[in-house]
Design a protein around this ligand. Sequence first.
Ligand SMILES: Cc1cc2nc3c(=O)[nH]c(=O)nc-3n(C[C@H](O)[C@H](O)[C@H](O)COP(=O)(O)OP(=O)(O)OC[C@H]3O[C@@H](n4cnc5c(N)ncnc54)[C@H](O)[C@@H]3O)c2cc1C
Length: 284
Amino acid sequence: MIPAQFDYLAPTSVEEAVAALGEHGDDAKILAGGQSLLPVLRMRLNAPEVVIDLGRIESLRGVREEGDVLVIGAMTQHSVVASDPLVEEHALLIHKAVQHLADAQIRHRGTFGGALAHADPAGDMGAPALALGAEFVIAGPGGTRTVAADDFFVDLFETAIGEDEILTEIRVPKHTGWGAHYEKFVRVAHQWPIVAVAAAVRTSGGTIEEARVGLTNMGSTPLRARGVEAALAGQPATDEAVREAASGAAEGTNPPSDLNGDADYRRHLAGVLTRRAVLAAAGA
Ligand SMILES: Cc1cc2nc3c(=O)[nH]c(=O)nc-3n(C[C@H](O)[C@H](O)[C@H](O)COP(=O)(O)OP(=O)(O)OC[C@H]3O[C@@H](n4cnc5c(N)ncnc54)[C@H](O)[C@@H]3O)c2cc1C
């Protein structure tokens, strides 16, 4: 189908974009890479009167370092994140996870910030961002504010971004030297995961010193498997120890049931994929 008619705005600064959002309110929708928004418009599930395209705001693109933090602009395409050497060096988990997101065409158009703002519980970027303790910078009429990952994902397709606000950048604490792995379980290649697990571990002499584990599609938002993280700390990076710690991966989750698998199946998968992800991240 063809989308309903809308006016198209292409601001060249964040301030202009925020002003346009303020002017048009509920009638406006932000356009990033369009890989989730355009299908919604084409199916006429949403019919905004105004579409505000962020594509011409250069300051929203790119990856840079700020001390201990890696800053990823919201409009940085997945393909750029995937090939950026800073991301590979300091946020290996994101580097690995983004390779599994959709196909090359979608990674070329879709953006890191767009995927996070969309907040699909099956989206691949949420769990890695949450696991690494990212912070989200949001611009609105009153200036900018920063939201911690724990507070950013509110519910299914809902984040802390207000209707008059724009996500501008994602600040990821550097995890230089950490091992990482994203274990994604899919029925069909290049699709959203049934369940996926994002794991980053810091090891020393065969012992897991610290672990960060995020779960995709195990609830209405990405989740941290904090019980598993605590159980892994100080353990040897062996199959037996990791299997034991990973067995609690589904605790406190509320996975959906759908045609791809019921909630119990997903709970089982969470344990299996967590073991695989942690062992791979630890290089065991
Ligand atoms: C066939 C197909 C397969 C896919 N497979 C996967 C997959 O395996 N894994 C996965 O994670 N994703 C997958 N995706 C989705 C893909 O990751 C999209 O890139 C992403 O969901 C949206 O990013 P976008 O830049 O295209 O955002 P858009 O589609 O432009 O926007 C998405 C939503 O976020 C809002 N938004 C965007 N940017 C901002 C911002 N800066 N501030 C405030 N609001 C904003 C928009 O208003 C809109 O509501 C797939 C998409 C398709 C079409």
